[in-house]
Write a protein that binds this ligand. Sequence first.
Ligand code: NAP
Length: 275
Amino acid sequence: MNLPVLVLNDGHEIPQLGIGTWPLSSTELPAVLETAFEAGYRHVDTAAAYGNEVGVGEGVRATGLRRDELFVTTKIGNDDHGFGEARRALDESLERLGLDYVDLALIHWPMPAKNQFERTWDALVTLREEGKARSIGVSNFRPEHLDRIIRTSGVTPAVNQIEVNPVVSHRELRAATTRRGIVVESWSPLGPGTGLLQDSRLQGVAEKHNKTVGQVVIRWHIQNNLVVIPKSATPQRIRENIDVFDFQLDDDDLLILEAFDQGHPATYSAHLAGG
Ligand SMILES: NC(=O)c1ccc[n+]([C@@H]2O[C@H](COP(=O)([O-])OP(=O)(O)OC[C@H]3O[C@@H](n4cnc5c(N)ncnc54)[C@H](OP(=O)(O)O)[C@@H]3O)[C@@H](O)[C@H]2O)c1
């Protein structure tokens, strides 16, 4: 299967669908990734904070796939802000992953109270120059954070990974991000804990297309030009979540999905305010 890709502002391509790995352990991950790669996934999302980079690396190295057929993302953790700290943190991530480079390195959270994210970003710029990260980006950044790093470094992030699902659609933040030439990547794409997957209106849409509600929600991300990284440790769901390229949501379906939007989640705002 050829996964659709989006072209980043640095010219590299990112597969539009990948597998999330939080909160899976290094022990669980090799089997999960084996199932995922067999099903056609080529893109894996991890982070230093997940404590599972060793397992991600094992799973990646166990495939017969060439390194350049795979797309691996990791993130600089909240305790590693600062120029030297971030450089060391990515080296340690590469060591745990057993890889020479990651395809995408992100700043996990802006941590505005620390006020170090510009220096952290400068570190990612140098790491990209050194080839340790093909592309660099951020996560959970608001427009003012994006503008500060773009202004001080002259380098626009390739990606902003933020919470996006039909319930927390972050319409304005998405628009502000894409306006700056940055691809939006959706975390918690299935809206875990929101009841979205149990909703009877979405069950109707799923039945109409002979798909599951999970597939309908993932398709919504794809049709909105988002990168989407659903996590599952269940083999059947891992396969189900990538089987979304043989149907199309129509305008009626999209209207039903848009009606779930409740704006910003409390946790997201609290994280940002608290730094
Ligand atoms: N940058 C950030 O700050 C940030 C924050 C949170 C997450 N993330 C990343 O984003 C990834 C995805 O987010 P997430 O894990 O929070 O949420 P998610 O992928 O939207 O949802 C995961 C949950 O949905 C279940 N699930 C998966 N596929 C399903 C299906 N087809 N039908 C029904 N249930 C299904 C999974 O259960 P089973 O595993 O039991 O199948 C799991 O409980 C994470 O794994 C992580 O890599 C990043």
